[in-house]
Structures are given as structure tokens and as C-alpha cells.
Ligand binder design. Sequence first.
Ligand code: HGY
Ligand code: MN
Ligand code: MN
Length: 416
Amino acid sequence: MTLAVDPARLWNRLHDLAAIGAYRDEHTGLMGVNRLALTDTDAAGRALVKRWFEEAGLAVRVDRIGNVYARRRGLDESLAPVVAGSHIDSVPTGGAFDGCLGVLGALEGVRALDDAGVVTRRPIELGFFTDEEGCRFGTDMLGSAVACGRIPLEVAWALRDRDGKTVKEELARIGFLGDAEERVAAPHAYVELHIEQGPVLAAEGFELGVVTGVQAISWQELTIVGKSAHAGTTPMHLRRDAGFAAARIHLHLHEMIESGRYGADMRATMGRIEPAPNRINVVPGRTVCTVDLRNPDDHAMAAAERELAAFVRALGDELQLAIETRQTARTASIAFSGDVQEVIARHMREAGVHHRRIQSGAGHDAQEFAAKCPTAMIFVPGEYDGISHNPREYSTLEACARGATTLLRTMVTLAS
Ligand code: HGY
Ligand code: MN
Ligand code: MN
């Protein structure tokens, strides 16, 4: 009997969840998703998925960092579980698939097991992790990093958003400050289904991807302090322009990449640039900006961070500005388990799915579990050049079902 998920059920649930925090995007005119971590919309999404877990007869627990697990009993409850999770929080301009496909795809897999009356030897645990995106409280993979021991619970609880609200206060406010132990015992294995969020699989005509690993991630927040001044009366050489400094840093990042010194795959993003007082006739006296660096090569990443730090120091001296840099996230590149990759690839081969191995450009909760147990991921292709963190994010019903069925069969193999 060949196990498979119900495509329509998965598709309907993806869209039921996407309706929570839905907004009409002014630029694309499309309906996007805005479920920023621990906001009321995230709370509503959490409550809906938690209810779906309960309706599927799973034993649900909420831990102290707000991670939600749903356990399906195995024949031998003493064995370590196979875990399949992802996240349901989104960036403010999100789509229906990022994270949600992995959580709902795993849930549909468990429902298919129930429909088929299959009980696995090992327990299976589904899960969604708190603030994977990291763009409200400043560091990514927050819930899974606490679960796997990279970030201490107290540090995570104390993180503040730009209004000064802490993670702990917000967890309590939305009713997800659970009491279950947040540190996971090592699962037997961890598998995550996710959209590629890049152009490769679709462009090369592959139906699915077996993910080999995740590239290194470095996030920094720079606070540049100069002097606000009159735009008309202040001669250029007397200015301490904190906005100009951010522009110089932004330009330097692109020069670093164009130099090729850090490899062909280096990526840099200045996603946040906030001058103050942000008025047309005032030279910005203060600017907060962020730098997101990505590189599959750890040495090249470290070299790029060193050069950027040296450039920022020299720029501060040149422009007579104080520039404070705070590292807000830093993870090394991760290689996923070859054994788990092979289980995934074998199920793809047996189903006649045209697939390839692929490195992940985005960070994922799986990168944290790779430190605890054999871990790998399955990618489904994204349409429209795999655009993501944008309401145009899209993958087809067939691709999502194919990915979820592969996840299901992989979970069964690992749990048997
Ligand atoms: O930033 C990332 O790579 C992921 O979307 N959190
Ligand atoms: Mn994601
Ligand atoms: Mn994302």
C-alpha cells in the first residue's frame, strides 16, 4: 500500500491558515500574509494549528519558549521520536507557504497514517517553533535554537522588539508561555518540508529537492551616531551625517561582493535603514541599519565579517561618527545527514520524482536540529523565480502534495 497525503486537504488548510493575518499588498495587489511572531495574528494562527493537532488526536504540549509539539504514539513509546516541524510565523510581507507547508504537510502525513491505520514503531512528533523569522525580536530560529540548546531560555525570554516588549511578556500575553520543558531530548531524526524560496528547482525542471545543508548566516545591527543639523545652513564639511554613513556601508557591501573575494555565492542585505529624525530638512543625526550576510563557506564568511568591521571602524574615523555594531544572529554553515538525505532520495526515486540535491539559501529550524540528531529537508519548487518573503510566493498543489507525501514516507521509514 503506497501511503500518500490528500492533496485537497493540504491545499485547503494552507489557505485556511493563510487567511489569518491576510492583507492586500499595496505593491503587488496580491493577498499576502503578515503573522509576525507573537502578535495577535500569530496567536490566532497558533490557536488554529493547535486545534488541528488536537482534532487529529495528537498529544499537544506547549513549552516555555512557546514551541508547540504534537505527539503521535508509537508501538514503543520508550523510543526517541521522529520529529517533523517548521514554523508558522511570517515576515510582514509573507506568503502562504514559508514554514506553513512543513507544519501542515507533516500534519497531513499523520492524518494519512490514521486513514491507513498505520502505527509506526517510534512515536512521531510534529511541531512549530517560535519566531523562526527573527525579524521582530532580532534573532532567527529563536524557538528551535532554544529547543536544541544554542540559545539559553532566559536570553530568549529577555529579547525585546522595537517597542521594548519582551518575548516572555508577549508569550504570556498571547497565552503561549507553556510549561513543558523547552530543551528537547535528542530525536531519532528530524525532517522538514519547505519551499525552496529560490529559482533553482523550477528553472532546472526538478519536481523536488533533497537539501544537503544550510549556508552560514550573520546578522548585525549598526547604530550610527552623528549630529542632526540644518540641511540648508550646514556646510558639507561640517556635517556628521549618519544617513550618509549607512549609504557608504551599503555601497561597500556590494563592492565586497563584486570583488569576488568572498566567493560567488556571498549575499548581503541591508533590510532595515532607519534615519532619525527622518525629516527632509534635517541631516540625520542617528541611523540604525542592519546587515544580513550569507555565505556557504564559513572561512569566507568570517573574512567578510572582518573586512566589514575594519571598514566600519575606518568610516567612523573618516566621518567622525560613533558606529556601534551588535551581532544579533550568527550560525555556521550546516551539512545535513547523508543517511536521512538518502532515505528521502530513495522515496523520490521509487515515486519517479525528478529531483536533485540542493543547498538551502535560507535558514531553517532544521539547522538547529542538525546539532541534535540526523536531520535533512525536502524542498518543493517555487514559482515566479521562487520568490519568497513576498505575497507572490507560490508553489503548486501538485508540488506541495508530492513534497508532503515524500515527507510522510520518509517519516515512516525513519520511525519503523
Ligand atoms: O532569514 C531566513 O533565512 C529565514 O527566512 N528565516
Ligand atoms: Mn521558513
Ligand atoms: Mn522565511
